[in-house]
Design a protein. Structure first.
Length: 345
């Protein structure tokens, strides 16, 4: 291996690591606030990428109808469960968010020539379609069992993952898709050519991490989520609704996953089930951070990306095996270094 190949592999590893860092941060966030090990995180990535590909080709994205169907179910649940003097206000809010918005978006996209949309508009449309599914999934699958033990929440997460993979196959089919890069520029650094899309991926990841830092440190809703993550019961006593915290968390997770999908789609062909494998690598990074430390999770994601890149050069057939084997010494070390604490009743 010469210096040029080493630099190319390092560039590829950093690019992949930036994607894994976003997914790892999302997994740490959702576990800290809701105690859910969110296995379906990769589905947002796949749906974001494939929705973007459908818009590029001028096809009407099937995720719009999935959003409308999920919203109708969420509205039905709110209609049945709403109680008390604020029932009318809660039902009105649910009606606007879960029914009016998806149907208005579906009608608007039906009238717009999708194939001629600028790249920036396609990004916004993809976010408008996929991101609202996060709170809907939380309302349908996790809110009814929000106070259940972690193991029950994990089982529900696996069931949701299987259901979403099946829906992805139904909507997108078995064919894969790839999107155009956000930048075709090439920057030469000595003998190394850095692609413009690589810089977009790294820049977007850093910008999103900074935005999340400012959101949690400077905004009221962000501080409420942090309070819920630190102490759920204490946050509830201070008037912070855990249900609202769950919806906000899933909104953030869906945003991160969708953006990650749009960033990774120009780098590799994405299929309806590709998000699971990519999400698992983000999960390995989150485990390195102990599902609690954001900086360690980001560092673990960079390590996973570099390990995958160099493994593909030395032993390409076993690169995934090598990456997932990394989790074993991390778990052994954490098991030896930490004390067992019974789950809070």
């Amino acid at each position: 291996m010469d210096a040029e190949i080493f630099a190319l592999l390092g560039q590829d590893g950093v690019t992949n690591g930036a994607i894994y860092a976003l997914l790892a941060l999302a997994l740490v966030l959702v576990f800290a606030v809701t105690r859910i090990i969110f296995i379906p995180q990769g589905e947002f990535l796949a749906w974001g990428a494939l929705t973007m590909a459908a818009l590029e080709s001028g096809h009407y994205p099937g995720t719009v109808w999935l959003l409308a169907g999920g919203g109708a179910l969420a509205f039905a649940c709110d209609l049945v469960s709403a109680r008390g003097p604020s029932r009318a206000r809660l039902i009105g809010r649910s009606l606007a968010w879960n029914l009016v918005y998806p149907l208005a978006l579906a009608g608007l996209l039906w009238l717009v020539p999708l194939g001629s949309l600028p790249a920036g508009v396609r990004v916004l449309v993809t976010l408008a379609i996929v991101v609202p599914m996060g709170p809907i999934i939380y309302r349908l699958a996790f809110l009814p069992v929000a106070e259940a033990p972690v193991l029950v929440l994990l089982i529900v997460a696996v069931a949701v993952h299987l259901a979403l993979v099946g829906l992805g196959l139904l909507i997108f089919g078995p064919e894969g898709s790839r999107t155009q890069p956000f930048s075709e520029a090439q920057i030469s650094l000595g003998n190394l050519a850095v692609g413009g899309h690589t810089l977009v991926v790294i820049g977007a990841s850093l910008a999103l991490i900074v935005a999340l830092y400012l959101f949690f440190g400077r905004t009221l809703y962000g501080k409420a989520l942090m309070a819920t993550a630190i102490n759920r019961n204490g946050a509830r006593l201070m008037g912070i609704s855990p249900a609202l915290g769950g919806r906000m968390t899933f909104l953030c997770v869906a945003l991160i996953g969708t953006l990650s999908g749009m960033l990774v789609a120009p780098l590799t062909t994405i299929y309806y089930d590709s998000g699971f494998l990519i999400g698992l690598k983000g999960f390995v990074a989150a485990i390195i951070g102990g599902l609690s430390s954001y900086p360690l999770a980001a560092g673990g994601a960079l390590l996973v990306g570099l390990l995958e890149s160099f493994s593909s050069f030395w032993a390409s057939a076993f690169k995934d095996v090598i990456v997932f084997t990394l989790i074993i010494p991390v778990l052994v070390w954490r098991s030896l270094a930490s004390h067992h604490v019974e789950e809070e009743e």
